[in-house]
Design a protein around this ligand. Structure first.
Ligand SMILES: C[S@@+](CC[C@H](N)C(=O)[O-])C[C@H]1O[C@@H](n2cnc3c(N)ncnc32)[C@H](O)[C@@H]1O
Length: 268
């Protein structure tokens, strides 16, 4: 049973999906393009969230292709206008039967990091590919977000302390915050071929769009932070810091890993 920390019913979800789409979709589309995805492909988009990448895949594969977008809570993706070749499904990847098999492409961004069963799910997704089909897994390495500029040393300590507490909450929910740096190894061990990865990171300045991800995440789990002993005054100081343009932090690096199911070459 999923214990996803940032469940999609919270009001902060719209802000989360908006930052992910705005700051990471370009990198994700570039990774997906490296598979050659095009007309007629059958794709599975797991934990599709706001649905932007599922829709983009729908455009790429055209009317002869199809995309199944799944999520434990697909309301956001379902509320978006989608093309006829994009199906949005309520589906838990940890225990529901897969909505098909022999996919040309399976993609999941920022999903396996949250799942205690991530290695089993990776095997499941690899097995859902046709021979020669592509698995694209994208995840953060939350263990590498250096502060690049700050008004003073206390600001750095405050950021690191709050962020460490957020990571502790994620781990308590079964997530692996450093999963991004483990994906390539896990894909190789799962027997995938042609495994490669690219990493995308950028600067996030106080008051800017990207750093808003820390804001929505922190506000959504404020009760959990209090349970860990983080005071409301400290949370307030942290949120103020996120609005301070003198504060700059590296974004979460998104590791986009590709691998192929061994077998016949793609005819496309
Ligand atoms: C951090 S969001 C990422 C959303 C989207 N993939 C993106 O990158 O913009 C994680 C998504 O995974 C979904 N999710 C979490 N656990 C899941 C599960 N067991 N099966 C399917 N989806 C799941 C959540 O509901 C949420 O929409």
């Amino acid at each position: 049973m999923s214990r996803y920390l940032f469940d999609n019913t919270a009001v902060q979800t719209a802000g989360r999906f908006s930052v992910l789409e705005a700051r990471y979709d370009t990198a994700s589309r570039a990774a997906l393009e490296r598979t050659g995805v095009g007309p007629g492909w059958r794709c599975l988009e797991v934990g599709g969230g706001g649905g932007s990448l599922g829709n983009w895949l729908g455009e790429r594969v055209g009317p002869d292709g199809e995309v199944a977008v799944t999520d434990i809570d697909p309301a956001r993706a379902a509320s978006r206008p989608t093309a006829a070749n994009v199906r949005v499904l309520r589906h838990d990847i940890t225990h529901d039967p897969l909505p098909g098999d022999g996919f040309d492409l399976v993609h999941a961004r920022l999903v396996l990091l949250h799942l205690p069963e991530r290695l089993r799910v990776l095997e499941l997704l690899a097995g859902a590919l046709r021979p020669g089909g592509w698995l694209v897994l994208e995840d953060f390495d939350c263990g590498w977000i250096p502060v690049l500029a700050a008004p003073d040393d206390n600001a750095v300590l405050l950021f690191e302390r709050l962020h460490a507490s957020l990571m502790a909450l994620l781990e308590r929910a079964g997530a692996e915050p450093r999963w991004g740096r483990q994906v390539v190894g896990a894909m190789l061990r799962a027997g995938l071929d042609e495994v490669t990865a690219t990493t995308y990171a950028e600067t996030w300045q106080g008051g800017g769009e990207g750093i808003g991800l820390h804001r929505v995440n922190t506000v959504q789990v404020a009760d959990g932070l209090a349970e860990l002993g983080v005071g409301s005054d400290e949370v307030a100081a942290f949120l103020a810091l996120l609005d301070d343009p003198r504060f700059v932090v590296s974004s979460y690096p998104l590791i986009s890993a590709l691998g192929r199911r061994p077998g016949e070459e793609s005819p496309r």
